[in-house]
Design a binder for this molecule. Structure first.
Ligand code: DI6
Ligand code: FE
Length: 399
């Protein structure tokens, strides 16, 4: 497959100087699924002159979007809990009363890989239809070895059925299941760590995550899971300081975590630690919105300490039933006061970085030809509109 995209406004996120790394009247030459050349159309090298051309009429072309944090494989839904919260219950109260994540676990246990795939397909397609070319999926609604593995198999299966790249994260340390109530440490030792090892042996795990929170696991418990991950040479990331600050970021930074996610209750010291460990801050405004949180993540501290900020949907049934990355970008701007440039960088270059990837998320020679062509002129339009999808064409691995 050879193609040259011409007459494009390219948000490359690769050229220093211009906002968005913008290059206008530009061309991109694609061959065998890889970007070979990027620049002004007038300078297109001789060797690409004969390729099939697509004139995109001055439209915006961005890197294919990256949704670096989702929990989109699960059974059932939590609409009833949504009603309970409208009647006054809080997310944490519902969780402590045996609802919340544990109720999704009940609906996920017993589902086959095929059933989980069938339920997840429309969710993946919703993301694909908005230009997503790479996404991450976590386990965490099984909380027993078999179901955690089933979830990861479903995620791997989705990658064979859909034109999208999927990375998996082991989230065995999501919450403590009922059968281990009051025995959190035993759950870590008997289920989470052995399940991680056997999932890794089967090639099911790309990274290790955890929920470090008052209603979930302590930093000390997560430290033990991360030590097991490090022994397997797997990258780590953490749901940290979402509802309270219990030291998750500091612990994750000591492991050189690729990302720390949520971060509403993170401090400036946490931002400093993340800058030193090269940890990406993954902002999840969908959960902030849906839980009606009021504590804002320390965005200014991330900026001043040069902590890269990614933006994702956190697609999950309890705290963020959000299947639109474009809406997450709008929420990032309206709720967190990100600039539209930060929001788009967060779903491209920094989203890729949060997954430890350096072959996508920018438009540059040598990277994967994952692109999105939009019927807009200005990159800010992607964050500005609400509930409108201007995607014209998505190019995934050159096709
Ligand atoms: N933090 C979240 O926001 C989701 N998981 C997590 O660790 C919530 C998951 C759920 O409520 O089902
Ligand atoms: Fe999450």
């Amino acid at each position: 497959m050879q193609e040259v995209i011409t007459n494009a406004r390219l948000a490359t996120f690769d050229h220093a100087g211009a906002p968005y790394g913008l290059v206008t009247e530009a061309a991109v030459a694609i061959e065998s699924g890889v970007i070979r050349w990027v620049g002004e159309s007038a300078a297109l090298p001789e060797q690409y002159q004969g390729h099939a051309r697509t004139d995109v009429g001055g439209r915006l072309v961005t890197p294919g979007l990256v949704d670096c944090h989702t929990h989109l494989v699960f059974g059932g839904n939590r609409a009833r809990e949504f009603e309970m919260r409208l009647e006054g219950a809080t997310y944490e109260e519902i969780a402590r009363a045996g609802g919340g994540i544990v109720s999704t676990v009940a609906a996920t246990r017993g589902a086959s890989v095929e059933e989980l795939v069938e339920h997840a397909l429309p969710r993946v397609n919703a993301l694909i239809n908005e230009g997503v070319t790479t996404l991450e999926i976590k386990s965490g609604y099984g909380l027993d070895v078999e179901t955690e593995h089933t979830m990861l198999r479903a995620a791997r299966k989705l990658a064979t059925l859909c034109p999208v790249r999927i990375l998996t994260s082991w989230l065995g340390a999501h919450v403590v299941p009922k059968e281990y109530e009051g025995r959190d440490d035993a759950y870590i030792d008997e289920v989470c760590i052995p399940g991680l090892r056997s999932a890794h042996e089967q090639g099911l795990v790309d990274a290790v995550d955890g929920f470090c929170e008052g209603i979930a696991f302590t930093a000390q418990q997560m430290d033990r899971v991360f030590a097991a991950a490090a022994a397997l040479s797997l990258p780590v990331k953490l749901h940290a300081e979402q509802l309270s600050n219990i030291g998750g970021v500091q612990m994750a930074a000591r492991y050189g975590a690729i990302s720390a996610d949520h971060l509403e209750y993170a401090t400036e010291d946490d931002a400093k630690a993340m800058a030193e460990s090269g940890t990406v801050a993954v902002l999840l405004p969908g959960a902030f919105y849906f839980l009606r949180e009021t504590q804002l993540p320390p965005i200014d501290a991330f900026r001043s300490h040069n902590v890269p900020m990614a933006l994702a949907t956190d697609f999950n049934p309890g705290s963020s039933p959000l299947s639109s990355l474009l809406l997450a970008m709008n929420m990032g701007c309206t709720l967190f006061r990100l600039t539209p440039e930060e929001a788009l960088a967060g779903t491209t270059r920094e989203g890729a970085r949060a997954l430890g990837l350096n072959d996508c998320g920018r438009i540059a020679a040598g990277l994967r030809a994952d692109l999105a062509i939009w019927d807009v002129q200005e990159p800010a339009e992607l964050s500005y509109r609400i509930g409108f999808n201007p995607l014209v064409r998505r190019i995934y691995a050159g096709a």
